[in-house]
Design a protein around this ligand. Structure first.
Ligand code: SF4
Length: 243
């Protein structure tokens, strides 16, 4: 793993998903095989394989302190092309400091992660007036999880963390993207732990190689995603969870 400390030029960027996005890191230690964020390499010039480099934007909080005063308030996605709570965050605390600034300015934020480290920042997450936390969970089957996300925490641990955040009064959501085999069991495991769910299909471009390796090609069809999408939305609806 090559870790470089870098100084970014800007941190509060425009996004197509929410008005803004903050990525305190370039690269992600979780290294999920389907990760669409590896497209970043085209722009950053990294030659290392995805998951084997992280650039740490050490000036992210300083930039945010300045930029937040110059921009119109809007919801901030934390993060779009990295996990803001990947293991290096334990040392650098960049996500923590950025959330602290957003909370002080009363800006809304949607935090999205696979990491239990987010629980460390419960104090700030409770303080932010419009903060919500989502866990990305693509399957309920930990055997499938190990194929696609071997370096991320187990499914049970992520679901328990969602429950803990929800119990603390923080708005929570699940992002099922991509939909992987075994996702159909997720709704019942999440009852009482989330406020809403988001589902999305697979970006074939990065995932089909892994699907073929493990003989899961039959799951790559439009039919699979459409059927799973319908099953999931109806199961969430029965639980009163918007999807
Ligand atoms: S945690 Fe998210 S950003 Fe990180 S490798 Fe996995 S999918 Fe990509």
């Amino acid at each position: 793993m090559i870790v470089r400390e870098v100084r970014a030029k800007t941190i509060l960027s425009k996004s197509k998903v929410f008005p803004y996005v903050i990525n305190p890191y370039v690269g992600c230690q979780h290294s999920c095989s389907y990760c669409y964020a590896r497209f970043m390499k085209r722009f950053t010039g990294h030659r290392e394989p995805w998951g084997q480099f992280v650039d740490v934007k050490i000036n992210a909080p300083d930039l945010l302190r300045t930029e937040i005063n110059r921009k119109k308030p809007g919801k901030v996605w934390v993060s779009g092309v990295c996990d803001p709570y990947q293991p290096l965050e334990a040392r650098y605390k960049l996500t923590r400091q950025c959330l602290e600034i957003l909370a002080q300015h009363n800006w809304p934020a949607a935090v999205q992660t696979k990491s239990l480290l987010v629980l460390r920042d419960m104090d700030i997450l409770k303080r932010g007036r419009k903060f919500e936390v989502g866990f990305s969970i693509a399957t309920a089957d930990d055997t499938v999880r190990k194929i696609f996300e071997p370096l991320a925490p187990s499914i049970d641990k992520r679901i328990n963390a969602l429950g803990e955040l929800h119990k603390a009064g923080i708005r929570t959501f699940i992002m099922i993207a991509p939909i992987l085999p075994g996702a159909e069991d997720l709704p019942k495991m999440l009852a009482g732990k989330i406020d809403y769910a988001i589902i999305d299909r697979m970006n074939y471009h990065y995932a089909d190689r892994v699907y073929r390796k493990y003989g899961l090609e039959d799951k790559m069809t439009d039919e699979f995603f459409n059927q799973m999408g319908k099953k999931l939305s109806s199961a969430f609806a029965k639980l009163g969870i918007s999807c």
